[in-house]
Design a protein around this ligand. Structure first.
Ligand code: PLP
Length: 378
């Protein structure tokens, strides 16, 4: 079955007792045994270990990426943490230099005392990755397109290098989503999502997941699952239910995000107040070629722009926008814009005139009109 069908039907096995077409939310933390004292096959035991809503969700998440299993977490960060835990002490990880800030900060602030280290490199340059490989390198972490400069990494090329050195590859596929890029097709071992973003799609669920396929060693998969169940970093039954429901419209939301982003990027590219538009769908973009090879159905809903006139003009633009809100996060139905430098704080490497845009699914003419009137006031 295709993505559109999988996103609606996978994991929904019906409710024979009531005939409900939509699954109920099971809030119970504990589940009854059989009369003979045995556990009932297929029935959960205790909600930290598993819950019906979570199992349904995990089945759907695995199907969307074409994986063998999915493990749902209380946040994208908890999902990432499960991998670092599984790698163990004194591991070295290679990261993109403009990775989602929280991933790198996690290694440096939570895992340093475990002897874990990381080397940030420009992942679009394979020779930099090769040079960064050490004896204890356990994982190469890919994020494509990257945050906030929208660099596109050639996933296939990174996997080829990693496999030749017996190193695992993981991919944060939050931005591209399987609608545009399927990392398992290129041989990665682990996929991570902040399902808070496009999978949730409405800016009202904080959650994450890991999706695995056969290439991931069983002991590592077991460690990731154990981190979820023994650590208890799980999404609530309501969050699982809500995410399961949100995923039903995933495949109709994504093309609109991408079509709107393409039109907005083209418009902004033509505006004299804008110095540069970072969007891999634009022909002039330095990553357009690799994006065309690796992305299908479009180029996603994320972009960033550099505004002429520095930070002051950038912030003025955010305040002149009426429809588009200035807020962090991404992947929701509403368009958001964000000044990344002030969001990331002192250590930020984002240019001070950079604004990141998560393009929503409003009518594109309304979005362009909002940007037009705001740019006119700069
Ligand atoms: C938001 C985000 C995360 C972190 O996810 P949370 O759900 O906020 O914990 C990780 N990676 C990327 C690319 C993100 O956008």
């Amino acid at each position: 079955m295709k993505l559109e069908t999988l996103s609606i039907h996978t994991g929904n096995h019906g409710e024979p007792a009531t005939g409900a077409v939509v699954p109920p939310i099971i809030l119970s933390t504990t589940f009854e045994r059989a009369e003979d004292g045995n556990f009932v096959e297929g029935r959960d035991i205790y909600a930290r270990a598993s819950n019906p809503n979570r199992r349904m969700l995990e089945e759907k998440l695995a199907a969307l990426e074409g994986g063998t299993d999915a493990i749902a977490f209380s946040s994208g960060q908890a999902a990432t943490m499960s991998i670092f835990h599984a790698l163990g002490t004194n591991s070295h990880v290679i990261l993109p230099d403009d990775i989602y800030y929280g991933t790198r900060y996690m290694i440096e602030s939570l895992y340093a005392h475990w002897g874990m280290t990381c080397t940030p490199v420009d992942m679009t340059d394979i020779s930099q990755i090769r040079k960064a490989i050490k004896k204890n390198t356990k994982l190469i972490w890919i994020e494509s397109p990257s945050n906030p400069s929208l660099k596109v990494t050639d996933i296939e090329a990174v996997v080829k290098l990693a496999q030749s050195k017996n190193i695992l590859t993981g991919c944060d596929n939050t931005w591209a989503t399987p609608y545009f890029t399927k990392p398992f097709d290129f041989g990665v071992d682990i996929i991570m999502h902040s399902t808070t973003k496009y999978f949730g799609g409405h800016s009202d669920i904080l959650s994450g997941c890991i999706i695995v396929n056969e290439s991931l060693p069983q002991d590592l998969k077991a460690k990731i699952r154990n981190f979820q169940t023994t650590g208890g970093v799980i999404p609530s039954p309501f969050d699982c239910w809500l995410l399961f429901r949100s995923l039903a419209t995933f495949a109709v939301r994504m093309p609109v995000h991408a079509q709107n982003a393409m039109k907005l990027a083209t418009f902004l590219e033509s505006c004299p107040q804008i110095e540069k538009v970072n969007y891999p769908g634009l022909k002039a973009n330095e990553y357009h070629k690799v994006a065309k090879k690796q992305m299908k159905n479009g180029f996603g809903g994320m972009m960033s722009v550099l505004v002429k006139g520095g930070q002051e003009s950038a912030l003025k633009l955010t305040s002149e926008l009426k429809l588009v809100k200035h807020a962090t996060s991404l992947g929701g139905v509403e368009t958001l814009i964000e000044h990344r430098k002030s969001a990331e704080g002192a250590h930020s490497v984002s240019p001070d005139n950079l604004l990141r845009i998560s393009v929503g699914i409003e009518n594109i003419e309304d979005l362009i009109e909002d940007f037009r009137q705001a740019l006119d006031r700069l």
